[in-house]
Design a protein around this ligand. Structure first.
Ligand code: MSP
Length: 528
């Protein structure tokens, strides 16, 4: 592991995505959030590691492969190659690893984990009868079901997928989840931010208080065999969720590279959609406790992107491909929009009109124009060389105070995973600088040589404010801020602590050219 300048490590994860279909913007949303958090920590100087990947076993993938007249492994290979890996480029994710659950490093260590739980008495053989939803890959209780509509009228359907569940009766292996009720409640008590946001925490706590049932963790191969063999009984394969959750530790060396494992585990934050919160906040910590491993420090359940008031999903044909947005607006705008427009933790709706309006007002006119006109004025009035400031007046000190506060507030907001708040805090500086320029009118000062010193102070103040913005916005908009940093002649790595400290730009620095960061988009390219 590379050592970090400040010695801390930060490990974040996304869910691993089913390869039954190509990604839509809901999947991209999770990826971007986890990436922004990780990039922020990296920019603090921490050894920050982001894991993402794909969930490739189970009945759902097998059925999709069969429907497409191919083998599940070939199907998964094709989707990972053509859709899931390219997604990371499309939305500019800086992940340190990508795990696939069909890789040997995963499969053999899942077996080690299972064997350990079996040997220590946490797994037993029993039989079960229940309603299974293949879409969720989960047994459903009566409370999870609703009355079907249309073609499914008169049947009980899964509330998430609105499709009928299937009655299953099997002899399986069970994990003694019911034994962990007290320890889980103690965990939520002792670490009140283990599950966030608060609404998610409350839901999980009341779910566990109602009591837990043991969990079926295998399926008989007589039904289907696309999964990891149960090590002591090869007539069974591992339940796909039990297999999938373990990716968070197999990817970082569980079972084979203890030093790497210890350098990253426990994860600092596991970002998941609220649909899969119980798996992560109930089953997963219980599995870890059973194996004598530490639980993650936090599980954050974010909201859904909605279309017509419902969760966007490919199976309901409401999915929008991320490239539909990035082809026109670029990856920075995609990242900014979803992180700023939706309070992280709550549901939100996407609309082309809102995206386009924010792109033009907040990015092109707000931030982009501020950067280009400030640099253009230094080029015009000082031949591109940053002037030394004269004595600061009240208004200049006010800009410095806003920069310091924006920096402190955004860092604190990231600490509590309030990404929208962090961006909001940074935007106080964008607004302050735009206002400052409007009031100070450097183009008027430039007309009179007697104002040379004042002009120097105003432009120095603007440029040093831009330096803070380049640093604080880098985790959200890596491409635009890299261009800005290069024009300002600054480095972005390990700089969060310096963002709010005034005077980072050396007078005498020669500025580079800056192309428009967010060019205007003609309206016929929008709203397709
Ligand atoms: N494979 C499981 C997760 C296993 S993790 C050990 C799975 N995969 S998934 O592909 O169906 O969805 C994974 C995640 O995608 C969701 O938890 C959520 O983070 C994200 N989203 C999928 N649809 C979404 C929306 N409409 N809105 C926001 N996020 C969405 O579940």
């Amino acid at each position: 592991m590379p050592t970090s300048p400040n010695g801390a490590s930060f490990y974040a994860t996304t869910p691993i995505f089913y390869v039954n279909d190509a990604p839509h913007i809901g999947h991209a949303y999770t990826e971007v959030a986890a990436d922004v958090l990780t990039r922020w920590h990296r920019q603090r100087g921490e050894n920050a590691f982001l894991l993402t990947g794909t969930d490739e076993h189970g009945e759902k993938i097998l059925r999709t492969a069969v429907a497409n007249k191919t083998e599940p492994q070939d199907w998964a290979d094709q989707l990972v190659r053509d859709s899931w890996l390219p997604l990371l480029e499309t939305i500019d994710i800086d992940n340190q690893d990508f795990i696939r659950t069909t890789e040997p490093r995963h499969e053999k260590n899942v077996q080690k984990f299972l064997q350990r739980l079996y040997d220590t008495g946490f797994i037993y053989r029993g039989s079960y009868e229940g309603n299974y939803c293949v879409g969720c890959e989960e047994y459903k209780t009566e409370a999870d079901l609703i009355e079907g509509e249309g073609a499914f009228e008169g049947q009980s359907v899964c509330a998430i997928h609105t499709r009928p569940v299937e009655k299953l009766e099997e002899t399986n292996y069970f994990f003694k989840l019911s034994e962990f009720q007290d320890r889980l409640l103690a965990l939520y008590e002792e670490n009140p931010t283990f599950v966030q946001p608060e609404s998610a925490r409350n839901e999980v706590v009341s779910f566990v208080r109602r009591g837990l049932e043991d969990l079926s963790i295998s399926r008989s191969k007589e039904k289907f065999d696309w999964g990891i063999d149960i090590p002591w009984d090869d007539s069974h394969i591992t339940y796909v969720w039990f297999d999938a959750l373990l990716n968070y530790i197999t990817a970082i060396g569980y079972g084979e590279d203890q030093a790497k494992f210890e350098s990253l585990w426990p994860a600092n934050v596991q970002v998941v959609g609220k649909d899969i919160l119980r798996f992560h906040a109930v089953i997963w910590p219980a599995m870890l406790m059973a194996a004598g491993l530490e639980t993650p420090r936090q599980v954050f359940g974010h909201g859904w992107l909605l279309v017509g008031g419902e969760k966007m999903s490919k199976s309901k044909l409401t999915g929008i491909a991320p490239s539909q947005i990035t082809d026109t607006f670029g990856s920075d705008a995609f990242r900014y929009y979803f992180m700023k427009a939706i309070a992280f933790g709550q549901d939100g709706s996407f609309s082309w009109e809102d995206l386009s309006a924010r792109y033009h007002s907040e990015l092109a006119n707000g931030f982009g124009n501020l950067a280009s006109r400030s640099i253009a004025m230094v080029n015009r009035y000082f031949e591109g060389v940053v002037p030394a400031p004269g004595a600061y007046s009240e208004v200049d000190l006010q800009v410095q105070a806003v920069a310091a506060k924006a920096s402190a507030d955004s860092d604190a907001a990231i600490e509590k995973i309030a990404i929208h708040e962090a961006i909001g805090a940074v935007w106080t500086l964008v607004d302050e600088l735009n206002n400052y320029i409007t009031v100070q009118e450097p183009w008027v000062l430039a007309k009179d040589e007697a104002n040379r010193e004042r002009l120097s102070t105003v432009l120095y103040t603007t440029i040093d404010g831009l330096r803070s913005l380049a640093i604080l916005l880098a985790p959200v908009m890596p491409k635009a801020t890299a261009k800005l940093a290069s024009a300002l002649g600054i480095e972005l790595s390990a700089t969060v602590a310096s963002a709010g400290v005034w005077g980072g730009i050396k007078p005498g620095t020669k500025l580079g050219e800056l192309e428009a960061l967010f060019p205007r988009i003609e309206s016929d390219a929008e709203g397709k």
